[in-house]
Design a protein around this ligand. Structure first.
Ligand code: FES
Length: 176
């Protein structure tokens, strides 16, 4: 009788422990990554390459956020007027990978830059808001991208790619 009782109780306790632990882990992750949990669908949907929606309303002017789409880091920059003006004042013909700022953002939403955060040199992750052009700096071999994500200096041959995305409302985009 004692044996039967002790065999039942640990089983039940183990189940409760696991269930509580899982709930705590989910709660902790949500607290640590409020943006990510709010913006992304569940993991299996993301793994299948589904589009993700990103709410831009919490991103203040001058801030950048990073989300993941199809396993790739995506930088979303809420550009200041100064950053936009600097990007548009550049002589496009002088760029290693000539492209206008207008061609890299959505008309009417010029303040938002959305780029894939993978250096076009050897694939490192550049750092946002760093470097000489108030854009992105890749610490691996010193490539510098401007506030439009265009390569300006260093060994990278091409601009940071713009992923497919669209505005689904004034403050929300869908990537993919
Ligand atoms: S990987 Fe970025 S500069 Fe080489």
């Amino acid at each position: 009788m004692t044996t039967a009782s002790s065999a039942d109780h640990p089983t039940r306790r183990d189940f409760l422990f696991v269930a509580t632990g899982a709930a705590a882990a989910v709660g902790g992750a949500a607290a640590l990554w409020p943006f990510i949990s709010q913006m992304n669908p569940d993991a299996s949907t993301i793994a299948a390459g589904a589009p993700i929606e990103v709410d831009l309303s919490p991103v203040a002017e001058g801030q950048d956020i990073k989300v993941f789409w199809r396993g790739k880091p995506i930088y979303i920059s809420h550009r200041t007027k100064k950053q936009i003006d600097e990007a548009r004042a550049v002589n496009v013909a002088s760029l290693p990978d000539p492209q206008t700022d207008e061609a890299r953002v959505k008309s009417g939403h010029e303040q938002w830059l959305v780029v894939i955060g993978i250096c076009t040199h050897l694939g490192c992750i550049p750092i946002a808001h760093e470097g000489s052009y108030d854009g992105f700096f890749c610490p691996c071999h010193g490539s510098q991208y401007d506030s439009s994500g265009r390569i300006r200096q260093g060994p990278a041959p091409a601009n940071l790619p713009v992923p497919p995305y669209q505005f689904v409302s004034d403050t929300k985009i869908q990537i993919g």
